[in-house]
Write a protein that binds this ligand. Sequence first.
Ligand code: GLU
Length: 504
Amino acid sequence: MLGMSDVPILMKSSVKKEVRTRIAPSPTGFFHVGTARTALFNYLYAKRYGGEFILRIEDTDKERSKPEYEEDIIRSLEWLGLEWDSDQHEGHEQNTNNANISRFYRQSERTEIYKKYLEKLLNEGKAYYCCCAKEELEAQRISQETNGHIFKYSGKCRQDADIRGLQRRSTQNLVIRFKVPEKKVLFHDEIRGKVEFDSELFGDIVIAKSLDEPLYNFTVVVDDEEMEITHVIRGEDHLGNTPKQILLQAALGFREPHYAHLPLILAPDRSKLSKRAEEIDATIKSLRERGYLPEAVVNFLALLGWSPGDNREIFSLEELEKFFDLKKIQKGGAIFNIQKLDWFGAHYIQKLKFEELKEKMWEFIPDIWKKNPEVLDRAIGLEQERMKTLRDFEEAAGFFFELPEYPAERLVWKNSDMETARKRLEHVLDIMEESLGDGLETRVMEYAEKEGRGDVLWPLRVALSGLEKSPGPFQIIKVIGREEGIQRIKHALNKISPPEADQP
Ligand code: GLU
C-alpha cells in the first residue's frame, strides 16, 4: 500500500488531486487548539503534496451546533492563515453570502445525500430499524458494564429485521443500525503502524436516528467518499471510530482513505487538555484575544507532536509547508506548554518592524494613550523587547501615560530611610533642571557612584514609575521626556514632605 509519506509530488495542474485532506470541525464550541493543530497538519500535508484542503462543518447535532461557533471556526482558520480550497465538486452549495469566504461544506445541507445511502444500506439488508426502548438499552448497558464489559447492543432487532424491517418505519423511536460484520478490522495508521480492532467488541452501531438524521460515523464515511478525501488526519480520540468507518465503507462499496491519528494534546500535568479546557482556556479565540500573534500560534501548534528531526524550532507557515512530514509525528501525547507559546510569542513580536507592530497592537491600546502619540511611539519602542503578546503593552505601559498612585515608603531603598531618599531625589532634581540633553545620565551616574547606586537610582526609578518593577530610570525619562520627569520627582518629594498647608 502506498504510504502517505511516499505520495509523489503532483503537478498542480492535475485535475483530480491525489491528495485531498479535510478539517471537519463540529460547531459545538469555540475552536479548540486541538482542532487547530489537526487543521494545520491537514493543511500542511495537502500543501506539501500539491493537494487540496477542504473545510467541512459537521453540524448534524442540531441541539449543540450554533452559528456563532461556525463563525468562530471560519475566523480562527482565517486568522491562522489556513486557507481552505474552494471546492469545485458538484453539490457543493454556495453556503455563504460573503464573497470573500471560500466555499465550504455544511453537513446539515446534505441530508438528501445521506438519505440516499441510508436507503441503499436498508434495501440491501445491511442496516435495519431498531425499536428497542431507551430504557431497555440503558438496563443492558448497566448490566454489561457492572460485569466489566463495554456496552454492546444485543442484536435483538437484527434477528427479526427481515420480518419487521421496513414496515415498522412509522413506529416511533426507531433508529437505524448498521449490521456490523463480525471480523477483525486491520488498517495501517501512518503514525501508529498496524492497528487491529475486533468488531465483535462494538456490535451493531446506530448510524442514524431516522432517515433525515444521520449520525457522525455515517456522515463522515459518505462525505469522505463523495469529497474524494484521500487522507484522513485527525485526533487519536477518533481511533476507535476508524474500524466502524472502514466497515461502513466496505458495505457501501467505497474506497478506504489513508489514516493518520495524531497524538493527544495534554495539559502540563498530563491530563487530557480538552477536559481542562475551561481552566486553561485553550481556544484559538482566547489566544487571539490574549494578543498572541498568529505566526507564534502556528509555530507552537506545529511542534505539538511533530518535530523536524533536529533542534530547529522556528518555522513560518511557508517553511512548514516544505518541511512537514507525517513520519516525524510522535506517538505519545504532546504537552500544551504555555511558557513555550510565550517564547514563540516574544520571538515573533521582536521580529516585527516598528510600524508593523504598532499597527497590529493598535486595537489593544487604550484610546486615551493614543492622544499622546510621541510618548506612545517611544513606549512601544522600549517595550517591544519585553512583549510576548500584543496585550502585554497595555499591562506594562500604563505608567508612562499616567503616574499610578503609590505609597511614599516605596521610594525608600532596602535598609535606607526616607530622609536619604529625599536628599538623593532633591539632588537628582537639581541635576535634571540644569542638564539638557545627554549629560543627564552621566551626571546622575556620577552622583550614584558616589552615594551608592541603590540610594540614588531606586528612589528615582520609583518616582518616575510609581512601581516596584519597571524599566530603568533613564529609559523612562527617554519615553516620558525631561519635563514630565521633573514633575514626577517633585510629586515624589511632596509625598515625602508635603508642602505646609497655607495658614489662614
Ligand atoms: N467532527 C469531528 C470532530 O470535530 C471530526 C471528525 C473527523 O475528523 O473524522 O471531532
